[in-house]
Write a protein that binds this ligand. Sequence first.
Ligand SMILES: N[C@@H](CCC(=O)N[C@@H](CS)C(=O)NCC(=O)O)C(=O)O
Length: 235
Amino acid sequence: MITLYGGPTPNARKVAIALEEMGLAWRLSPIDILDGDQLAPAFLKLNPNNKAPVIVEDEDGADPFVLWESGAILWYLADKTGRFAPVEPRARAICHQWLMFQMSGVGPMFGQNAHFSFYAKARHDYAIQRYANEVTRLLRVLNGRLAEGPYLAGDDYTVADMATYPYVLRQVEARAAEFPHLKRWCERVGARPAVKRGMEVGRDLLRKETIEGGLSGLSDEQRSILFGEIQHAAR
Ligand SMILES: N[C@@H](CCC(=O)N[C@@H](CS)C(=O)NCC(=O)O)C(=O)O
């Protein structure tokens, strides 16, 4: 049995999608990052980087296996099941390339864009513009790639698609005319039953303070947990 620690966020959704696609037995252990669950000592023992998702795999008679960083989790699950990543070295490298592109480009830049456009208390025009430009640039790269074939790694749906879909969906819905190939890919990926189920992970935990929950505004304590004194205190 695999326990997924996370909530209704893009990084946990990627992992939930993969677990569903691969037909693995799993359950959710909810982590509410606005309440600071990621800073609790028991969670920090699993992930000293205080971020979800984390998976813990329990098998009879073996020590639990703990893994964090969503890209590493997806790659492990693909290796474990022999599914959703090519075997031939060059095809595998291309799949890995698009997974790394999501992890090092799309994830951080979309995250900073959300931070400066919606969550930062003060307005920083330079930062807002910089990350909005990066989001557009990255969406163009993805759109160009998907003009060449149905999926990011080529002909087959892989973990690279699972990693990217939860991040880009909202932007693509809002800007479909600019990114027609990405839009068609979103429709193709989003129609998969396992993707629909994975996207629902922790839905009941969605907070009104988040963009998806309606952006009602963060309290000072929530800001401190996520971006301030509490987040950065030595532990
Ligand atoms: N690179 C990490 C990023 C994980 C991440 O940023 N998780 C966020 C939720 S989407 C989190 O747990 N934030 C809590 C915090 O920073 O304290 C991954 O892909 O797993």
